[in-house]
Write a protein that binds this ligand. Structure first.
Ligand code: URA
Length: 280
């Protein structure tokens, strides 16, 4: 074998190893200096489990205590910042500038919202994936395409919903965001709900349901049940429906039957609320 054939084979083996380790894309024009001292909060150690859209998966492990402290500070600073935003554009700018969530350090783009701020339905998912990280828009990959089909089945589209996630940066390797990472971003999600004032909130998957509902149950138990969510800044509670995440439905199509039931329930409740509005 020639030298260059050896080199090619070695390069291919290395590439294969990278892919096996979960590096599914090359991003950024400049190489990251992983050995440089961290500027702010180092990323928390994580267990590289796939997304926890279904209830049977354990909640990811939180970082050690010192890191949890700094993430708690981050959550407090997010609360303070979010409270000062009185328009969605201002909130979006604050999120883009926020450095308190360590996921930002490895992400390409901040992914905040898509859809209409006037929409009657707001959907909160888990975290951006590779396609969302690349484009800066939530739910544009395979899960997003299924979400679009699910919405279309009950006469909705991106102009009748506002879509966001519980974290705004892609977790490395698409792992589930930790509870502390979610907590550092959650004040922005609550503020967004208060500013949008949706008629209905849909929590897509276990991460969103676990973060916003106090029940402490998995999505299999929560899905399809209506909750009245108290949101700081809103006098009235928001009717809230947890549902299976589209990524989970892609992996487990047999659960689409339950998702369909939940979509019908969503449509019926929305019609009721809209009819109530026009009757006044
Ligand atoms: N999954 C999510 O939860 N959110 C996205 O934006 C994309 C995939």
């Amino acid at each position: 074998m020639t030298g260059s054939a050896d080199e090619r084979e070695a390069a291919l083996a290395l590439l294969g190893w990278y892919i096996e380790m979960g590096a599914d894309e090359a991003i950024g024009l400049e190489a990251a200096d992983r050995l440089a001292p961290p500027e702010a909060i180092p990323p928390p150690p994580s267990i590289p489990v796939p997304r926890a859209e279904q209830s049977s998966r354990p909640v990811p492990v939180d970082p050690p205590l010192a890191l949890t402290d700094s993430l708690a500070d981050a959550a407090q600073s997010a609360r303070r910042l979010a409270a000062g935003a009185d328009r969605i554009e201002a909130l979006a700018a604050l999120v883009a500038e926020f450095d308190g969530c360590p996921l930002k350090r490895t992400a390409t783009n901040t992914v905040f919202t898509d859809g209409s701020a006037m929409a009657p339905v707001m959907i909160i998912g888990e975290a951006p994936g590779a396609d969302e990280d690349r484009t800066g828009r939530p739910f544009v990959g395979r899960a997003g395409q299924l979400l679009d089909r699910m919405l279309a089945a009950i006469g909705l589209d991106r102009s009748s919903v506002l879509i966001t996630n519980v974290v705004y940066w892609r977790p490395p390797g698409n792992r589930t965001p930790t509870a502390a990472e979610i907590a550092s971003c959650l004040p922005f999600a609550f503020r967004l709900i208060a500013l949008v004032r949706p008629k209905i909130l849909v929590l897509s998957g276990g991460a969103a349901a676990g973060a916003l509902l106090p029940q402490g149950q998995g999505i299999t138990r929560l899905r399809g049940r209506w909750f009245d969510l108290a949101v700081p800044g809103l006098e009235e509670r928001v009717p809230t429906l947890p549902m299976f995440h589209p990524s989970f439905l892609l992996r487990t199509p047999v659960r689409k039957r339950e998702a369909w039931r939940d979509l019908l329930s969503l449509r019926a409740r929305l019609d009721e609320l809209l009819a109530g509005d026009s009757g006044h």
